[in-house]
Design a protein around this ligand. Structure first.
Ligand SMILES: *[C@@H]1O[C@H](CO)[C@@H](O)[C@H](O)[C@H]1NC(C)=O
Length: 503
């Protein structure tokens, strides 16, 4: 009883820790609040005799042809204002009395007594615009950078290889550069592989290219490509405020890799006497230099080989190219016999990067419903045609799903706590079981052999031991005692499960 309450205590503490965790994390996030707030209105320059300038000195970017509003306001009494550029000075009275056809007065003058509107921006308006307000005994000044855009030049993929594709290896990083010679402001470059954004693998470098505020952008992509990405289009995309539709440069990639390894494949339910065609999918790029079927008494003893395509009296081989480095190799057997089922087969494939042997078994048996039993009983490898390792290679879009280190640590801690709680609860339960277990129920379970298949390793083994004893001895009561407490506990738990399903 005392031990039980200790376990309950442990479980309770564990729960408290679990619920406390998220609050700690929240506390850290709130730390950022209270940053200085960059408001639109900046009180700039000198505050002379209770007069303040209302001015936003943030850079403004405008496309040629678009109107350009330049706001400048005053709080308090002032005499006059002017706008200055590198080459000219414009008095606000002149602007407001329509001296200039290309610029005029803003619709609202409140807090913007010195504001102007340029009807249609052009290259000449690029540069620093200064609003100067004259007040008694002083002047207030606000400066603003006006960037009049220039369309980026066409992006260029800097690739040394000739030909229409870019050859990349699947076991080393490839660097590809894309450059835009000039744009104002600097162009933004993104990378896509097919539809997938892979810009995270790129670093961009923007350098002034001589002309006023023009920039060259070079983006360098550094990435290792997967065999599954063979044949996809690599695209460098340029985004810029002047472009309605992004500008692209692209090239298909050819990922080169040695024939991808696969676990043993077993083909089931082959009918004796009938014709049978083994179809084995494999991937290799560039295309194989050697493809052959080999067979013999065992995988270490493959006496005979047939080239692909080729034939012996009963065996015919061929290969179908599916594109992008995928192939289906076929072995046609006419009049399948026991001898064929007793042989072992290997598809040997070699290309420029290496060779791989694909092991194949042919069976007249039913396909096992549960791949796991085959795994244990025979070759220690799942026998199904689809391969685990290939799945990982081909669907390896893991980059975007990665959790942060903190999240992983949090999850690990929570899992550990849950495990501790479960063990504690299990221990408490175990103590009770030990005191009150009923032998009659244990016996009922042991005599039910079907349960053996459905449960996992530890429980299953314990039960199996018990069952072995039952079969070996007639005294079943002695079994429960003889097997010790631990095994009896497992039996008891499973038995409870069974009772639930039966009721
Ligand atoms: C082999 O590839 C073909 C074409 O992609 C596919 O239809 C077939 O299901 C594959 N076979 C196996 C056993 O995976």
């Amino acid at each position: 009883m005392c031990k039980c309450s200790i376990s309950v205590c442990i479980a309770f503490v564990a729960c408290c820790v679990v619920f406390a965790l998220p609050e700690t994390a929240l506390g850290q996030q709130e730390y950022d609040v209270g940053e200085p707030n960059d408001g639109e209105v900046v009180f700039n320059g000198v505050r002379g005799s209770d007069v303040a300038l209302l001015f936003d000195s943030e850079e403004v970017i405008v496309n040629p042809g678009d109107p350009l509003n330049l706001d400048c306001g005053v709080q308090g009494e002032f005499r006059s204002c002017v706008w200055e550029t590198a080459s000219a000075t414009y008095q606000i009275e002149d602007v407001y009395s329509n001296l200039y056809s290309w610029m005029g007065k803003p619709p609202v003058e409140e807090n913007n007594q010195c504001g102007i509107i340029i009807n249609s921006a052009n290259i000449e308006h690029h540069g620093i615009w200064t609003c100067k307000v004259y007040v008694r005994g002083n002047s207030l000044v606000g400066k603003k950078k006006v960037v009049v855009t220039i369309k980026p030049t066409t992006p260029v993929l800097e690739i040394e290889q000739s030909g229409g594709t870019l050859e990349v290896s699947n076991d080393e990083e490839t660097e590809v550069k894309c450059s835009v010679a000039g744009a104002r402001p600097a162009a933004d470059i993104r990378w896509y592989l097919g539809d997938k954004d892979i810009t995270v693998f790129a670093a961009a470098d923007q350098t002034p290219n001589g002309e006023e505020d023009m920039h060259k952008t070079v983006s360098t992509l550094s990435r290792t490509f997967e065999p599954s990405e063979n044949g996809r289009l690599l695209t460098c995309t340029v985004m810029h405020q002047t472009l309605v539709v992004p500008d692209n440069a692209s090239i298909p990639i050819s990922v080169i890799f040695k024939p991808i390894e696969k676990p043993l494949s077993t083909y089931y339910q082959i009918v004796p006497g009938s014709d049978y065609e083994v179809r084995l999918n494999f991937s290799a790029n560039p295309s194989p230099t050697t493809t052959e079927w080999r067979y013999g008494e065992g995988f270490q003893n493959l006496a005979t080989s047939i080239p692909v395509p080729g034939a012996t009296d009963r065996y015919t081989t061929s290969v179908e190219e599916l594109g992008d480095g995928h192939y289906t190799a076929k072995l046609h057997i006419s009049g399948f016999t026991d001898a064929d089922a007793n042989q072992r087969y290997v598809l040997f494939v070699e290309n420029r990067l290496g060779a791989t042997q694909y092991q194949v078994k042919l069976s007249m048996d039913e396909a096992p419903l549960d791949g796991d039993s085959e795994y244990r009983d025979h070759d220690k490898i799942p026998p199904t045609e689809f391969s685990v390792s290939e799945g990982i290679v081909f669907d390896g879009e893991m980059e975007s799903n990665a959790l942060s280190g903190g999240a992983v640590a949090g999850i690990v801690i929570v899992i550990l706590i849950v495990v501790v709680a479960v063990v504690a609860a299990g221990y408490a339960r175990y103590r009770q079981m030990f005191c009150f277990a009923s032998r009659a129920e244990s016996k009922a379970y042991i005599q039910d052999p079907e349960r053996n298949d459905a449960d996992n390793g530890t429980a299953n083994d314990a039960v199996k031991n018990s069952t072995d004893h039952v079969n070996g001895k007639t005294d079943t009561t002695a079994v429960a005692n003889g097997n010790g407490n631990l095994e009896q506990t497992h039996v008891e738990e499973i038995n409870n499960g069974k009772k639930n399903t039966d009721v």
